[in-house]
Design a binder for this molecule. Structure first.
Ligand code: OGA
Ligand code: NI
Length: 374
């Protein structure tokens, strides 16, 4: 993957950003390594511009309560199927995020993978170092900030990335701390994703199998994030503002910190709901649904707690971005003009990655007004 050099790598104060990034990366110990070394101030590479930190102060408790209503909670087992599909449609068309309960993923698997990820990150640095790489040919890679050398500012987070489908890693390739739990959780999350895709297909008026048949869940990449406590959480972020370059994402979080950017309300917390999972629409599903379903930007605040790390596990479901040559374009019934160009999953993901976390790659594929009618 080609790393785009930041335009100005040497700031006017003489701070050599590129060198600092390299020195940090060379430690292979991530943000956790800095915390273990006892830093009381965040290094300059982690400082974000004031505009990307806006409204990072904790909202009053009433807002948190309201957020529970703003981000819909859908009980997958409660209502008749058609009603559940309707609830999901409304959520997908408006906030692009919802939480699901009675989702079929066993609690032990959720707790198991969270504990495994924590265990992995809290092992001695020498053990983790063996997995530290930016080589995308490796299916299992640990790093701090996968866009470290592309982004404007680094995030207070370390990530273990595992490509589980369509070609699962050999069990020995997975760190022992997560070996069984990762594969078990991945299987359960896949069942849920397929269920969600059925309901979303139905809510678009398509056959239940439509999105699955298109290959929307052919690949599964799992990003397991570890957000160590941050000594200056008001100056940085846990994950920068971004939208997911997926069809659909299933996210497990163990504590708050995730925020969604809503049109009229600004940044809204997604409150942790014990036992629930978060589902969000990715860019590719926005494209394929011709803009009916929305891929909404989100971010994670830097961990403000004194001594508890935040752990989250994001399952990214997508087409087979390595092999599929299929062109994905908007599904329309002919009455609404297509809003986006058709693109292969590979091209879309490559373009998104080249932009790093900040930016809206989907806009690059939007058809101009003149092209709609040509
Ligand atoms: C992501 C993401 C949120 C979280 O990995 O794309 O948005 O809570 N993660 O870690
Ligand atoms: Ni995301």
């Amino acid at each position: 993957m080609s790393a785009t050099e930041p335009a100005a790598s040497v700031a006017s104060d003489g701070f050599d950003r590129r060198r600092e990034l390299q020195a940090f990366d060379d430690t292979k110990a991530g943000v956790k390594g800095l915390v273990d070394a006892g830093v009381t101030a965040i290094p300059a590479i982690f400082r974000h511009a004031p505009e990307s930190l806006e409204a990072t102060s904790s909202p009053p408790p009433t807002d948190v309560v309201a957020a529970g209503i703003i981000i819909p909670v859908i009980d997958l087992a409660a209502a008749p199927r058609g009603e559940v599909a309707n609830q999901m449609k409304r959520a997908a068309e408006t906030v692009g995020f919802f939480q699901v309960t009675n989702h079929g993923v066993p609690r032990e698997r959720m707790a198991g993978v969270l504990a495994g990820v924590r265990r992995f990150n809290e092992q001695p640095a020498e053990v983790k170092r063996r997995f530290y790489t930016r080589d995308t040919a490796r299916k299992v890679r640990f790093s701090s900030n996968y866009d470290l050398f592309q982004s404007k500012a680094a995030n207070w987070r370390d990530t273990l990335f595992c490509e589980l489908a369509p070609d699962p890693p050999r069990p020995e390739e997975l760190p022992e701390a997560v070996r069984d739990v990762m594969l078990e959780y991945g299987d359960a999350a896949t069942k849920l994703a397929l269920w969600v895709l059925e309901l979303l297909s139905e809510s678009l008026g398509l056959g239940s199998d439509h999105l699955r048949q298109m290959g929307c869940a052919q690949s599964l990449n799992v990003a397991s994030h570890y957000y160590p406590p941050c000594p200056e959480p008001h100056l940085t972020l846990g994950t920068s503002r971004h939208a997911d370059a997926t069809f659909v994402t299933v996210l497990l979080q163990d504590m708050g910190g995730l925020q969604v950017l809503l049109d009229r309300r600004g940044w809204v917390d997604v409150p942790p709901l014990p036992g629930a999972l978060i589902v969000n629409i990715g860019d590719f599903l926005q494209l394929v649904s011709n803009g009916r379903f929305r891929s909404v930007e989100h971010r994670v605040l830097a961990n403000k707690s004194r001594d508890t790390p935040r752990v989250s596990v994001a399952c990214f479901f997508n087409a087979d971005t390595k092999r599929s040559t299929r062109l994905y374009g908007p599904i329309t019934d002919g009455s609404d003009p297509p809003l986006y160009k058709s693109v292969t999953a590979r091209e879309f993901v490559a373009y998104s990655y080249s932009k790093g976390l900040d930016g809206r790659p989907l806009e690059h594929f939007r058809l101009g007004a003149e092209e709609h009618y040509s």
